[in-house]
Design a binder for this molecule. Sequence first.
Ligand SMILES: *[C@@H]1O[C@H](CO)[C@@H](O)[C@H](O)[C@H]1NC(C)=O
Ligand SMILES: CC(=O)N[C@H]1CO[C@H](CO)[C@@H](O)[C@@H]1O
Length: 413
Amino acid sequence: MRLQSLLPIAFLGSVVAAPVADSWPFGPLVANGRWIQNAKGQDVTYVGVNWSGHGEAMIPEGLQYQSISKIMSDIKSLGLNVIRLTFAIQMIDEIYAKGGADIPLSTAFTQALGATNGNRILNQVLAKNPQFTASTTRLQVFDAIAAEALKQQIYVHLDNHISKAIWCCGETDGNAWFGDTYFNVANWQRGLKYMATHGKSWPALTSIGLRNEPRNPSNNAAVARTYNWETWYKNMIPAGAGVNEANADLLIFYSGMNYDTTLAPIPTAADLGGGLRFRKTDFKYANKMVLEIHNYQTTATSCNSITSGLYNGGYNALDASNKAVVNVMPVVLTEWGHDQTNAEYRGVYHTCLQSYLGGLKAGWMLWVISGSYYVRSGTQDYDETWALYNHNWSGWRQQAAAMAIKSMAASTV
Ligand SMILES: *[C@@H]1O[C@H](CO)[C@@H](O)[C@H](O)[C@H]1NC(C)=O
Ligand SMILES: CC(=O)N[C@H]1CO[C@H](CO)[C@@H](O)[C@@H]1O
């Protein structure tokens, strides 16, 4: 653990303030029954936002508009305690292809936005974040975010969002399922291990999601034939084992099928096909396993229809009183969200999740903080109406909606 590995530094009389197990984040975090807990045995409920870094530039969004420290303090001001920081496997593939060297920001922006715009955005990033230079690498930006997260005591949850760095997610984007056009399984496992290992230098990093929103690769018949729970198990289990081997401190998040809207057979250890059943006690790192679910039933008119679907789709894992539940585990809603420009923050969907998750004291991460994207689906400086931030990341898009998130955070933790 960190304390032990840092002892030699202390004996050498270093004045460097080294992270120790008795300081925040009091890690490593563990899964104990339905709770995530810190090393002091206290329950930790994640409440946070997505912050993507898996787009074409493979650089966390918004840095041309705002400094990392201000973004973090704005997140903190809402009472949020975690960022879901997304990355693309392509970034790690490129690092391997260059013998371990990552690409500098100048190249990354030019490749993603073209020479003129890439250079312009780079200069804006350097103006807002003067700790960087044109030769700072993408991974060094992730490092800087993780360092700021430590400073402001915000947990970092890394998420492998996609393989090829593009807007996610669709059934025909080539990233849908294990073995799909861009979803090379060996590269994926390698990339996860790389980030888990690299993240050992980020004390704020407490967990990692193996893969965002597995889904039916509907334009790829050969791969679509393997779209089932058996294949899910045969891929997710080795990937999680690899992460645990690379960095035993991390919680490992398992997302389900149909865009991670269902993990139905997992809590009850139902037959997955091929004689397989998910039993957490089969794994020596069972105390690192967490389930993650997404929900976007934004037009629901009844709260019951949302909560019964959530319960049967995986939230029953929280329910130790349910005799059918074999795997009692933490469940985190790592994505949900809605338009931030209208009154949806007062609607059925939002208020339902607020009361359900608040009642369960179960964690969540809102999609999304990003007021705009460097580029999304071919449009540069794309405006994100679902974002907490306004377009230029200078303030909340709608004050009342942001305050609804703040009160939801307060009522969940
Ligand atoms: C940022 O956006 C806000 C809200 O739309 C606007 O009032 C402000 O002038 C913008 N700031 C800059 C520097 O463009
Ligand atoms: C910051 C951000 O946009 N994060 C991701 C949150 O989830 C959605 C849906 O998968 C992604 O598209 C976003 O990129």
